[in-house]
Design a protein around this ligand. Sequence first.
Ligand code: HEM
Ligand code: HEM
Ligand code: FE2
Length: 493
Amino acid sequence: MQYQSQLVAKPYFIAAIALFIGQIVFGLIIGTQYVVGDFLFPEIPFNVARMVHTNLLVVWLLFGFMGAAYYLVPEESERELYSPKLAIITFWIFLITGALTIIGYLAVPYATLAAITGNDILPTMGREFLEQPLITKVGIVLVVVSLLYNITMTTLTGRKTSITIILLIGLWGLAFFWLFAFYNPENLVLDKYYWWWVIHLWVEGVWELIMAALLAFILIKVTGVDREVIDKWMYVIIALALATGIIGTGHHYYWIGTPSYWQWWGSIFSALEPIPFFAMTLFAFSMVNRRRRDHPNKIATLWALGTAVTAFLGAGVWGFMHTLAPVNYYTHGSQITSAHGHLAFYGAYVMVVLAIISYAMPIMRGRVANSPQAQRWETWAFWMMTVSMVAITLLLTGAGVMQVWLQRMGDTPMSFMATQAELSIFYWLRLVGGGVFFIGLIVYVISFFIKGDVEHITVDEKIKKEKENITVEEKFKREVALAPNDDKFQKES
Ligand code: HEM
Ligand code: HEM
Ligand SMILES: [Fe+2]
């Protein structure tokens, strides 16, 4: 670690993983309730458990983004964090607010929670993903403002790189669009219209900038590729993301009472949204292919490549599947939506957070990478979680296709509940997939405790050692491979 204050990221990452476990436990509860209707009823009703599952997801991803920002901004800015103390106070405020909110969801009926937390002063509750009580929403504002203040001051007084600039724009954007969580017009059309300014403009707008910045940071570190190359890619990616994603919001305006021109604007622009995700995949692979060092943290590289591929599949391919208005007319709000929601969130944001944790955590624990043994455990976790999430997605897609067919097409459409009964085999198998995912997550947690043969040296020392040990033929091969696009390497050698 180059700067002591980067260590404040550690509690953020630990909290993220703890809440991730909670999210999956509640995923398993609702997955079970899908097939055993009265499981845990009346203690934990489906609507409450679902809210805990999705809210924990968003909150732990935010912990991950914040930890990542506190870790990489000092290193990129080449100075200590403006105020490490503030970052730690903010951590505790966020953790306590989050925990109290979840306890509130589980302990009292939602209407009571609304009544005792001031929802009648400014009604903001009751909308998917934005269920949090007003006090929690205000708490999130304070936490994010504190983060922005801290990292903006660090950046302004230090070195400015494209990574920090793009990360900052992403985080400022995240804060800005969060403000629409406080805007809840009486008119249901307007309510839904602005609701998407939080949901869609987060995941298909400003969060993509955060993702690109984290990916670029990890790739620079593990591949040693020149910044200029990475910068060019990043600017192309974020320009494409914003150019398609902003008007792409229209793919949520097809059937909610907005003017019908949205069916054209939404279809055309959102159909282009897979392009920036595809560019991220090309970017990641081209960086790894051009790498100038063999970083010992293999598993961080795997997470980085994995996120690029899976985000393209989940957001790009599964998003495109139902984004054109004539298709969405049939698939809207079906299991197809859920299939896409799972793989997109997992591929883009879960995996990028796990990638930065995988890269940064060993360094914060005093080594350049975990032991090969620990990395082997983490590699198993990677494949178990990723393969089971792909399986869950395929099963939900199957369920969705059948659902649309039985319930919305043909001459004698079935009722919603009758259709659901026909789909139970998919839901049972989805639950099995969820079980494997959970085991993968446990293996992931165990990997942190596997000791093995760790080398307590820094990355630079490691690279120097590698250079000394390299055979003559190896060196020649590498120089030939690197020569065309790499004058710096030639100068050095
Ligand atoms: C990482 C990026 C993405 C994430 C995390 C994500 C996540 C989600 C989620 C959770 C929903 C369900 C929202 C609800 O509760 O109603 C949704 C809906 C939708 N997404 Fe995405 N998405 C992403 C990218 C994309 C892209 C790139 C496209 C298009 C190419 C797309 C197309 C859609 C469409 C059309 C819907 C509405 C489905 C319906 O009508 O029921 N998404 N997305
Ligand atoms: C990191 C992994 C996961 C992510 C990112 C994730 C994400 C989400 C999201 C965004 C939603 C709400 C949007 C929608 O309905 O489309 C959701 C709902 C749900 N998730 Fe997950 N989830 C994960 C793991 C799981 C697991 C392991 C299970 C258990 C089998 C599960 C079961 C469910 C169920 C049953 C719903 C409710 C769907 C409905 O209302 O019909 N999830 N999840
Ligand atoms: Fe969207």
